[in-house]
Design a protein around this ligand. Structure first.
Ligand code: SF4
Length: 208
């Protein structure tokens, strides 16, 4: 298994947000790679995560989400190793708490998470080119087509198959457990009276 971390500081002050200026945040990167059989044994639970997906409004609404017309188990088994890439997006929440209501923080951090998710997706899709036969795994539902919306509800093929990727969760992967077990990090949650110090994003690359 390989694992490690590096830090990059990002200044959000030069961007326009719906609320006032937002302080700096920084991004730490964590990676690990393990054989697929080990990952399936420790972190993949297809029936449980399919149940969560069924309760999500995106279920069956994008081509990236279940139900799928292929066997998810066979999909995992057709790859040799799983490279996990996590980004820890760290805010100075003591400073934010002074100037920013929880609702504002939710809105602004949501914009930052979307931007960093897209950056991680792009990074992983670029990695595919270096590993023939590999496929990137993304985060959450597919929003590649933006306001144009997904073609799936109309029974039409995916408009951007070269950009659409399934998420780890949609294939039964437990991201919280993966982050803890292999990236050696904890997930934090936001509550009405407490801002998290950081968010974790995790995608990956399945290699042949
Ligand atoms: S790329 Fe577009 S059409 Fe394809 S799954 Fe994503 S939103 Fe749907």
């Amino acid at each position: 298994m390989i694992t490690g971390g590096k830090t990059m500081t990002k200044n959000a002050k030069d961007r326009t947000f719906e609320t006032a200026e937002f302080p700096e945040y920084r991004v730490e990167a964590y990676v690990a790679e393990i054989p697929v059989p080990e990952y399936m044994e420790s972190c993949v639970d297809i029936p449980t995560f399919l149940g969560y997906c069924e309760a999500c409004p995106s279920y069956g609404k994008t081509w990236a989400c279940p139900p799928f017309d292929f066997s998810v188990q066979d999909f995992w088994r057709s790859y040799r190793s799983f490279y996990m890439s996590g980004k820890k997006i760290i805010f100075d929440t003591r400073e934010i708490s002074r100037d920013c209501a929880v609702e504002d923080f939710k809105k602004i951090s949501g914009q930052i998470l979307k931007k960093e998710s897209h950056a991680l997706d792009t990074e992983l899709i670029k990695l595919e080119a270096q590993y023939p036969g590999s496929v990137a795994l993304s985060m959450g539902s597919c929003d590649v087509c933006g306001e144009g919306g997904c073609t799936r509800p109309f029974g039409e093929p995916c408009r951007r198959p070269e950009r659409m990727r399934h998420s780890v969760e949609s294939l039964g992967g437990n991201v919280g457990l993966s982050v803890k077990k292999y990236l050696k990090q904890e997930i934090q949650w936001m509550s009405e009276d407490r801002l998290p110090e950081y968010f974790m994003l995790m995608g990956g690359l399945l290699k042949k």
